[in-house]
Design a protein around this ligand. Structure first.
Ligand code: NDP
Length: 284
């Protein structure tokens, strides 16, 4: 069997196109969706992400507010800025780029963001709503995974999903989203016994570990769908996922590549969350 390659770049482009159409509709009603991105310090990778977010925002006709603050910014000053953005009518989504410098308490900052503008979906209030199955901001990477499954027409009802990784940004929320779609979900982590045997049961494997190719191809049940969230640098330039891609692709029915799989979805879903926030505001 040769797996269908799930093309994240193409799916993200379709998501962006649909967002652009809805932005135009909102603008016709007098509302321009706005995203505020806050970057503290000079981390080069964060700077690249923030630049991409801004570019995408502008291309789709959204309002983009950038706040680039020096490494030495105090926690109090950052909290004051968040307070201003919470009150700013032009801003429907606020994203604070992580990691923050070590003298700032990230949890305190994320909790200061209004739950109504929580474009990343990390506020405990929204995490709670996700857990109890209420509509809310959905964390961007897991939301992207769900859209990819939708795009290949995959119905999770009654399926065995095995999530490898239990982080708050990927593993746990993606597991909750699969549960909401009536899958039978197992969450694995570093203490899981006999990971290979658990993964062998899966109709859908979602790997979010951060270890190059640790999920082996022969663990994949023939016909399973494989979603690889991992991004691991090998050597100078090469990127690989958490799944042994070539061997897994021989057994899976569909698989996401790395790069070009889940990666491109994350920013698209951030913009989707900002759009949905502006639409909710209009309905209020
Ligand atoms: P974390 O480091 O926060 O979590 C990793 C998880 O993997 C932990 O739950 C850990 O278990 C588990 N784990 C570690 N080793 C093993 C093992 N040997 N067997 C089973 N489970 C193990 O990572 P993130 O969730 O933040 O990210 C995961 C990967 O996804 C990374 O490669 C990251 O770069 C990528 N990523 C990609 C994004 C995208 O846009 N595509 C966005 C976010 C992340 P324990 O809890 O027990 O320690």
């Amino acid at each position: 069997m040769t797996a269908q390659v799930i093309d994240g770049k193409a799916i993200a482009a379709r998501v962006r196109q649909r967002i652009g159409e809805r932005v135009a509709e909102l603008k016709a009603k007098g509302v321009t969706p706005g995203l505020a991105v806050v970057l503290v310090g000079d981390d080069p990778a964060s700077r690249v992400y923030v630049g991409m977010k801004k570019k995408n925002c502008i291309e789709l006709g959204m309002y983009s507010a950038d706040h680039e603050l020096p490494e030495s910014t105090s926690e109090a000053d950052l909290l004051a800025l968040i307070g201003q953005l919470n009150a700013d009518e032009r801003v429907h989504g606020i994203l604070v780029q992580l990691p923050l410098p070590s003298h700032i308490d990230s949890d305190k900052v994320l909790e200061a963001i209004s739950p109504d503008k929580d474009a990343d979906g990390f506020h405990p209030f929204n995490v709670g709503r996700l857990a109890i199955g209420k509509p809310t901001f959905q964390p961007c990477t897991p939301y992207g995974v769900m859209v990819m499954l939708d795009e290949i027409g995959y119905d999770l009802t009654g399926k065995e999903v095995v999530v490898v990784g239990r982080s708050n940004i990927v593993g746990k929320p993606v597991a909750l989203m699969c549960l909401a779609r009536h899958a039978t979900v197992t969450i694995c982590h570093s203490r899981t016994k006999d990971l290979a045997e658990v993964v062998r049961r899966a109709d859908v494997v979602i790997a979010a570990v951060g270890k190059a190719e640790m999920v082996k191809g022969d663990w994949i049940k023939p016909g399973a769908v494989v979603i690889d969230v991992g991004i691991n640098r090998v050597g100078e330039k090469k990127l690989v996922g958490d799944v042994e891609y070539a061997a897994a692709a021989e057994r899976a029915s569909a698989i996401t590549p790395v790069p070009g799989g889940v990666g491109p979805m994350t920013i698209a879903m951030l913009l989707q969350n900002t759009l949905e926030s502006a639409e909710r505001k209009l309905r209020q």
